[in-house]
Design a protein around this ligand. Sequence first.
Ligand code: BMP
Length: 361
Amino acid sequence: HSTLKGTFAQRSKTVTHPLSAYLFRLMDLKASNLCLSADVATARELLSIADRVGPYIVVLKTHHDMVSGWDFDAEFGTGRKLTALARKHGFLIFEDRKFGDIGNTVELQYTSGAAKIIEWAHIVNVNMVPGKASVTSLANAAKKWEERSHYSVKTLVSVGGRSRGSNEDDEDDEESDDEADVQTTSEGRKGSIVSVTTVTHQYEPAVSPRLDKTIMEEDSGESVSSFEEPPSDRGLLILAQMSSQGNFMDERYTNACVEAAREHKDFVMGFVSQQSLNTLPEDDFIHMTPGCQLPPEEEEEGTEVKGDGKGQQYNTPQKLVGIAGTDIVIVGRGILKAGDPQEEAERYRSAAWKAYTERVR
Ligand code: BMP
């Protein structure tokens, strides 16, 4: 399939889903096709590992329901803090919720309850065993949410050394130089971020967003570079194949997942799967793959870690990306249990990126 040879940069220009376009750009810019599965016990550890490993990854996968001390506050809680780290380092948040129920229930689980997953997770996934209606319902929920938020996002803008709020919508702005579309709405305050304001981004959904670096200026005088805000579109991955031994996701089920994805291309970005499922010429789904570990550094090639003794089966990035044709490897314990998770994340990033560059060469 052409997506096996297409570079992430090329695919970012042709893919239809705005969030996939953004993700492909991010992968190209950061030279990373690594997702960290941040399976840690506390919110404090989650935020700390996200901050440390953020530079090496393009997706952070969460299981919010295994984290104790999760703060559900909409403004200052754990979800919002993760979003800020995602902006700081340039990654997307994928809540591995594996919704698996009737349409009405998954819709409520996605948008309501304490966690309000839709508010902070760019990407979620669905276990499609109950049928395609679960995908349709999640798609409708996302559409409603996107219309309501109308691409309205908080952003930090720094102009000419001074930080100012901006309102790109305001055409009546009196200041008529090249900053005519910028309006000061808030002043700096000591000990806080200088200026935060709401900007309505008018992305043409078909056009991939630019990833220009913006500068967030803090009172410390330190400049923190950050990637441009991702589009506020939400995305879904369908759990089409699993890594676990003896799982019941057979070919018929996988094919139905691919069908459902094609029916909802405006919402479904791709799959959690063990191989590429792009078969029609127009398919450009993104594939994220768990069940990935590298042999320990001191070991010889070939002394692979095969499993975790609890049903998990592992493959190397070379096998998954290079041979099976998936795009992003998802690594949890391989990185989390290492003596130096940051160094280990870089080792996985480099191995997965090498498998990709060799594949497209
Ligand atoms: P680890 O790399 O530590 O084995 O973690 C794998 C992660 O991916 C876990 O969070 C697990 O829930 C998830 N996962 C998986 O292992 N296999 C699948 O098929 C689908 C998953 O989401």
